[in-house]
Write a protein that binds this ligand. Structure first.
Ligand code: BGC
Length: 798
């Protein structure tokens, strides 16, 4: 036996050695192969791209698909990619090529905080619900918005996200726009500057954004089919301007093209937009991704410069492959698109091996969310009712006081752990709440909420939950409260979101119960000489004109994020002096708005096109006949008095403006305007300083006045002053002349008005001796037929 073993031993050793040698050889071959394969970031980009197979390129240009159980996705429900598994519920992935050192990236919604579907998966995590975009813009504070962006970006990074599908920067064309809450303002200057601040904040962490939705995407009705028809001038001055400012001031890693068509062409398929304007005119260097399932023709999208098709469908890959193979699509186009994406991959946390913690500082962020929320609230009316003293007793009335709306719905909804209702905020701060009213509302809300179990985003999309009917508080309870409580606070709420525009009846306007509530409460409290305060927890303008005279104060709290109740209380109590100003007009009536005649446009009932998830939808078009007269540009020019004008907002203190000085009485290249702002009241406070210009109208019809720049003071103590110097260039003065495709500053006298809102507190004027053509552009985005556009003067020469 031993003898046999002695013979076998060397044989077995020999075999082991052989196996080892083979292994080593294999390893050496592998290492060698890796060495000769170019690696992203280590070898020149061109070599990496050349080393990619056609399939790998196509895989990179078409996202990794989507996986939302129960959701009938157009491309089918694809297995989650490894990258998607990292962040459950992330909206999509950019597919990498591991053999070339290219990782996959995770992209995740959305504009007011991280959205994830959670989709019944094991890992559940929470994010900070920041105040909505409209509130942040109402702060007019780019420093604050950048700070929010930095914290938001850091949170995303700690959750393993590479690119946030945020911010949204479409113009508030009409008050009913369902996604207006995600967007900033009716004005492109505010929009562009606030968006740039947000992006600079987010990207300062080394995570990216996808600024969305590019462009003229101002409604949700028929959102996948609507053709926006607008003149070149309107597109340039109103709908592209904010994007241009944002692109030039913040260099977003990515931009998301929109669902709609503009002048007959899908934005995602339009080279004039994505190449001529975005890349050639503005110098954009990042990449463009489509909105989810947006665009119709994968090949046209690829050619146009829509680098990435999201979330990615197998049929899109096939279409691109076929087009390359049949010679309809040059592989050089693929290389260009891939290169743009790879340049961004190089910047990403995943490529750079960032070890995310899955544990962002949510407590710290909640505090910042509260701070930002209070800074963007707008005090619309105050008849000596606010601030209210901590410790005083409050009759808190209205469903909304007990169930705050932190933000809107759809992909912009945030996966938040909690919200602070106003009732809780008041209680934490030391106010006493009427117990009978508190019990009545909390009981009612609890019962109602159990009748409406939370639906998935998809179910909500197909069949939005109706808001809980306003509780009709008995008049005798109100009367009793007027006897015992120091003041009444009525909280009114409105939500909105992706997929649906708001309606006028009962949404823009108050419903009957709300109207009755305001009247009863006002009658009862005023009879006792006590004040009635209304808090508006809303996504966009509502009717205020019909009831505002009944109440003593109105605080526009917008949708203030997860700490909303605390932030509202901070303002009501005077802990924070309100300094928000409207970045969007509140009209006297909806019909006053110049866009209301063309919103949401025409729907062609004979041309049904099933919506993304099979919902009802039709071919549609909307013509922007109001022209450049969007928001305040209309109200001011046509002297239609709004309820609360753009730029408006009260404070608990007063400010005076003095010493407006222009550097010259005539402009050649640029001019500076300096002004001093003094807190002349009794409380510490901040002021938004807005500079408007009224331009000569020799050649073009123009709005009576337009915002050109703005800033915000620091917290000024009573008596304290701050001096600002603004620079105005000829480019700032220019309007777009369609005939010559150029930006032209007319010769003539320009009036500068500085103040808060368009009511000038200081004014001065300067002259421009000779017309200046500040920039020549390309003739693109031309409407197919003339538009019956609103003009100020019938004699205007276009
Ligand atoms: C929305 C985008 C969003 C995307 C991914 C789309 O339906 O329009 O804003 O980023 O879905 O969730």
């Amino acid at each position: 036996m031993n003898q046999l073993l002695n013979i076998l031993k060397p044989i077995s050793m020999l075999r082991n050695r052989l196996v080892l040698a083979c292994l080593l050889l294999g390893l050496a071959i592998l290492v060698h192969a890796q060495q000769i394969l170019p690696q992203l970031g280590k070898n020149p980009m061109q070599e990496v791209v050349s080393a990619m197979t056609l399939e790998e390129k196509v895989n990179m240009l078409v996202g990794g698909g989507m996986n939302v159980p129960g959701m009938p996705l157009p491309g089918g429900t694809l297995e989650p990619t490894d990258a998607q598994k990292r962040v459950r519920g992330a909206a999509g992935t950019v597919v990498g090529v591991p053999r070339l050192g290219i990782p996959s990236l995770v992209v995740c919604d959305g504009p007011a905080g991280i959205h994830a579907f959670n989709a019944g998966q094991s890992r559940l995590y929470y994010a900070t619900a920041w105040p909505i975009g409209t509130l942040l813009a109402s702060s007019w504070d780019t420093t604050l918005v950048k700070k929010v962006g930095a914290a938001f970006g850091k949170e995303a990074k700690e959750y393993g996200i590479d690119i946030l599908l945020a911010p949204g920067l479409n113009i508030h064309r009409n008050p009913l726009g369902g996604r207006n809450f995600e967007y900033y303002s009716e004005d492109p200057i505010v929009t562009g500057n606030i968006a740039a601040a947000m992006i600079n904040g987010i990207q300062s962490n080394g995570v990216g954004v996808s600024a969305k939705h590019f462009f003229a995407n101002n409604q949700e009705t028929n959102r996948n089919t609507v053709n926006t028809i607008a003149s070149e001038r309107v597109l340039r001055e109103i709908y592209l301007k904010g994007w241009e400012i944002m692109v030039k001031h913040s260099k977003p890693w990515t931009i998301m093209s929109s669902y709609n068509l503009v002048n007959g062409s899908y934005t995602a398929q339009n080279p004039e937009l994505l190449t001529t304007i975005l890349r050639n005119e503005w110098g954009y260097k990042g990449f463009v991704m489509s909105d989810w399932f947006g665009g119709r023709d994968a090949v046209a999208m690829t050619k146009a410069g829509n680098n990435l098709l999201m979330p990615g469908m197998p049929q899109q890959k096939q279409a691109i492959l076929d087009a390359v193979k049949t010679g309809q699509l040059d592989v050089k186009v693929l290389d260009r698109n891939v290169t743009d994406i790879l340049n961004i991959v190089l910047l990403s946390p995943t490529y750079n091996g960032y070890k995310y913690s899955d544990n962002p500082d949510l407590k710290k962020n909640a505090l910042l969310s509260r701070e930002a929320a209070a800074e963007g609230m707008v005090l619309l009316k105050n008849n000596n009712a606010l601030p209210i003293a901590v410790g005083s007793s409050v009759a808190l009335i209205g469903n909304n006081g007990y169930d705050i709306i932190a933000g809107g719905t759809g992909s912009g909804e945030v996966t938040k752990m909690y919200t602070v209702p106003l009732a809780d905020g008041l209680f934490y701060a030391g106010f006493s709440l009427n117990p009978e009213i508190y019990t009545a509302y909390t009981k009612y809300m609890e019962e109602e909420l159990t009748k409406h179990p939370k639906k998935s985003m998809f179910e909500e999309f197909m069949n939005p939950t109706k808001p809980i009917e306003e509780y009709a508080l008995a008049t005798d309870i109100v009367a009793k409260a007027a006897g015992t409580n120091d003041h009444a606070i009525i909280s009114i709420g409105r939500n909105a979101g992706e997929g649906t525009d708001r309606k006028v009846e009962g949404n823009y306007t108050l419903n009957e119960t709300e109207k009755a509530l305001i009247k009863n409460v006002a009658d009862a409290f005023h009879a006792k000489n006590k004040k009635v305060i209304v808090v508006l927890n809303i996504a966009g303008p509502i009717d205020v004109a019909s009831w505002r005279d009944n109440v003593d104060a109105i605080l526009l709290a917008w949708q203030p994020g997860l700490e909303g109740g605390n932030a509202i209380t901070d303002v009501l109590s005077g802990k924070v002096n309100p300094s928000g100003k409207l970045a969007t007009t509140f009209p006297m009536s909806y019909a006053d708005d110049a866009s209301s005649k063309n919103f949401p446009g025409k729907e062609f009932k004979d041309k049904p096109v099933p919506g993304m998830f099979g919902q009802k939808s039709f071919e549609a078009e909307v013509t922007y006949e109001e022209g450049v007269y969007v928001g305040y540009r209309y109200y001011t020019t046509f002297e239609v008095k709004p309820a609360y004008e753009f730029g408006y907002g009260l404070s608990y203190t007063d400010f005076t403006y003095s010493d407006l000085r222009l550097s010259s009485s005539s402009l050649t290249d640029k001019i500076t305007a300096s002004v001093t702002v003094t807190n002349s009241g009794k409380a510490d406070g901040k002021e938004v300083v807005q500079l408007y210009i009224s331009a000569p109208t020799n050649k073009l019809d123009k709005p009576a006045t337009e915002l050109k720049t703005f800033t915000k003071t620091g917290l000024l103590k009573p008596g304290e002053s701050q001096t600002f110097t603004f620079t105005i260039t000829a480019r700032d003065l220019a309007s777009y002349q369609t005939k010559t495709n150029s930006w032209v500053a007319d010769a003539g006298t320009y009036n500068v008005k500085i103040g808060t809102s368009q009511t000038a507190k200081q004014s001065a004027s300067f002259k421009l001796a000779k017309e200046i053509i500040t920039e020549k552009m390309n003739k693109v985005l031309v409407p197919k037929s003339p538009i019956n556009e609103l003009v100020n003067k019938p004699t205007q020469k276009k």
